[in-house]
Design a protein around this ligand. Structure first.
Ligand SMILES: Cc1cc2nc3c(=O)[nH]c(=O)nc-3n(C[C@H](O)[C@H](O)[C@H](O)COP(=O)(O)O)c2cc1C
Length: 181
């Protein structure tokens, strides 16, 4: 079973990355046969969908001069996707939205259909519910099988360690993922 964790924060070691990694660690601990990979979109150049609609015919995104394709390929190959975002104005980060919008090219042939998904959102104070709804919209459109969600509360990088409920929820959902494969 391949598990791919994506953090949509520009902070490679921020709070979202921490929770996504925590989930992957729990998977590895509970299932030695699972292969887990973590990607922070923070180190990646991902340009917006231009709405050219060429992917309707070509079934692939015609933008090839950025990092989207390499990350998308890993997503197509995984069995379980853990996708996390910091909450920006009650929604997902712009970087993650760019990433998601480009997956329209994978939607036409439902190339993500049937994969499990776990969603993660970290807010300083409020807005995580709405961000999770955006991720749910992405998951439903692509026909992912929903396997859970984790919300965290944290402001400065590292604050998430103090949200013990979120950390416990991350471990729990990781243990659940471990049983899926
Ligand atoms: C541009 C921007 C917008 C934000 N909007 C919200 C918000 O709407 N609600 C909230 O509670 N926190 C908001 N925050 C705080 C972040 O969600 C919070 O610091 C989070 O822990 C960052 O996660 P990261 O370390 O993974 O990047 C915002 C932060 C930034 C930089």
């Amino acid at each position: 079973m391949k598990v791919l964790g994506i953090s949509g924060s520009m902070q490679p070691n921020g709070n979202t990355a921490y929770l996504v990694r925590k989930i992957l660690e729990a998977v590895t601990e509970a299932n030695a046969e699972a292969t887990c990979e973590f990607i922070s979109l923070g180190g990646h150049h991902i340009t917006p969908c231009t709405g050219c609609l060429q992917c309707r015919e070509k079934k692939e995104c015609v933008i090839t001069n950025d990092d989207w394709g390499a990350v998308a390929e890993k997503m197509v190959e995984c069995d379980v996707l853990v996708i996390g975002t910091p909450v920006y104005y009650y929604d997902v980060s712009g970087q993650l939205k760019n990433f998601i919008d480009r997956t329209y090219s994978l939607w036409h042939d439902r190339r993500l259909s049937g994969k499990y998904v776990v969603t993660v959102a970290v807010n300083g104070d409020c807005g995580a519910d709405r961000a999770l709804e955006t991720l749910e919209g992405f998951a439903n459109a692509h026909e992912f099988v929903y396997a859970g969600s984790v919300t965290g509360r944290a402001s400065l990088p590292g604050d998430i360690i103090g949200d013990t409920a979120a950390c416990e929820a991350a471990v729990k959902v990781g243990q659940k993922i471990a049983t899926l494969g």
